[in-house]
Design a protein around this ligand. Structure first.
Ligand SMILES: [Zn+2]
Length: 378
């Protein structure tokens, strides 16, 4: 049983119990005790079922409570929450839509139901409808932070970077705080998209915007480096690479495959620059990434590079990576097999590991939080 679901159900039941035990008294003092009992007992049974790990029966009792207190919007809100937590989005949607159709719903409850309905759509994967619903809510309450954040998440999922950036700017205003790094990554995504679509000029504009916000924004640096290399502007490419090495050493090694795509430039100038940065930093990831990319095309060259670097792996992970470069391809023993399945990047925020780098963590959605997996193998 999902613990989150249990927690939500338990919280909803407790809230209902409070509502029923301390009802807003109106009319004659002490309404018929019998009717009060009829309301409370299904709730107590529900809690009992929940405690004995029978959530389905607990939910049946909750539905019973809602029938007996049909006037109470908060009971329906709790019920909707429980259906959504169980993955029954259709029922959650119906409950929240029925609530919204009620005449005389307080403005506060109306906004709560609108938000809940949007969350139903979003968790059910109906992103367009969720977005529309969040927009309706934001028309009523433009500073609704959870609705702004949820809309931002949907725009990012849909790769609608300009719309995402507008929402992030709004959040900056509302919360009076700066999300400059996050914004930099959104501009970098726009730059990458323009680069793919062949709009070099716009790609450059967005990438420079990103770097103004965060000089260590690696994807933006890569766009500018690629544009400079393509146009034969080596001094610009070099300046950008040095800046990246200074501001974001962890992601600098990703420049290696990019440089290798421009063979002539790599041989004439790129190799010497990488060697200079290696001698200054002795960054393990740089040596490993360089060896791996060179070795993928030419193992002889990788052997010569290894000698020139004078690189000595300091732990088992690094040793296996070097071995995987030189292991006999016709007879891969262990290192190559290990290399194929190992996670190369880990999120410093939530700890999730992935093979291929992503600029946005697939689990916690933080930007630029994935770093090369280092140190010894646990
Ligand atoms: Zn994460």
């Amino acid at each position: 049983m999902n613990t989150l679901l249990l927690a939500i159900m338990a919280a909803a039941l407790v809230a209902l119990l409070v509502l029923l035990l301390f009802p807003r008294r109106h009319g004659e003092e002490g309404e018929a005790q019998a009717s009060e009992d009829a309301r409370v007992s299904p709730l107590l049974r529900g809690i009992n079922y929940l405690l004995s790990d029978q959530p389905d029966r607990a939910l049946q009792e909750m539905v019973q409570v809602a029938r007996l207190r049909s006037e109470a919007a908060d009971v329906y809100m709790a019920l909707g929450e429980m259906f959504r937590a169980r993955g029954e989005y259709g029922r959650a949607v119906r409950i929240h839509q029925n609530l919204l159709a009620r005449p005389g719903l307080s403005p506060e409850m109306k906004r709560a139901a609108q938000y809940a309905l949007a969350v139903d759509f979003q968790t059910g994967g109906l992103l367009d409808r969720a977005l529309k619903q969040y927009r309706k809510l934001l028309e009523l309450e433009p500073d609704h932070v959870p609705a702004l954040k949820a809309s931002l998440r949907i725009r990012e999922q849909s790769h609608e970077w300009l719309e995402a950036e507008a929402l992030l700017s709004r959040l900056e205003q509302v919360q009076n705080r700066s999300y400059h790094e996050h914004r930099a990554y959104l501009f970098a995504q726009m730059a990458e998209k323009c680069l793919r679509d062949g709009d070099d000029e716009q790609a450059g504009t967005y990438a420079r915007k990103a770097i103004e916000l965060a000089p260590g924004c690696a994807p933006a640096c890569f766009v500018l480096i690629e544009l400079a290399l393509r146009d034969g502007r080596w001094p610009d490419a070099e300046r950008m690479m040095r800046s990246l090495a200074e501001h974001n050493r962890e992601h600098f090694p990703l420049v290696v495959p990019l440089l290798l795509r421009f063979e002539q430039v790599y041989r004439d100038k790129g190799r010497a620059l990488l060697m200079e940065i290696w001698r200054d930093t002795h960054d393990e990831e740089l040596a490993l990434s360089w060896l791996e990319h060179v070795g993928a095309a030419d193992r002889q060259q990788a052997r010569a590079l290894l000698d020139e670097l004078g690189f000595k792996p300091a732990n088992l992970r690094a040793r296996l990576r070097v071995e995987a470069v030189f292991e006999d391809e016709r007879n891969p023993i262990f290192a190559r097999a290990w290399r194929r399945q190992v996670n190369n990047y880990i999120c410093e925020q939530c700890g999730v590991g992935v093979k291929e780098l992503r600029w946005q963590c697939p689990q916690c959605h933080a930007w630029g939080s994935m770093h090369p997996q280092k140190g010894d193998i646990a």
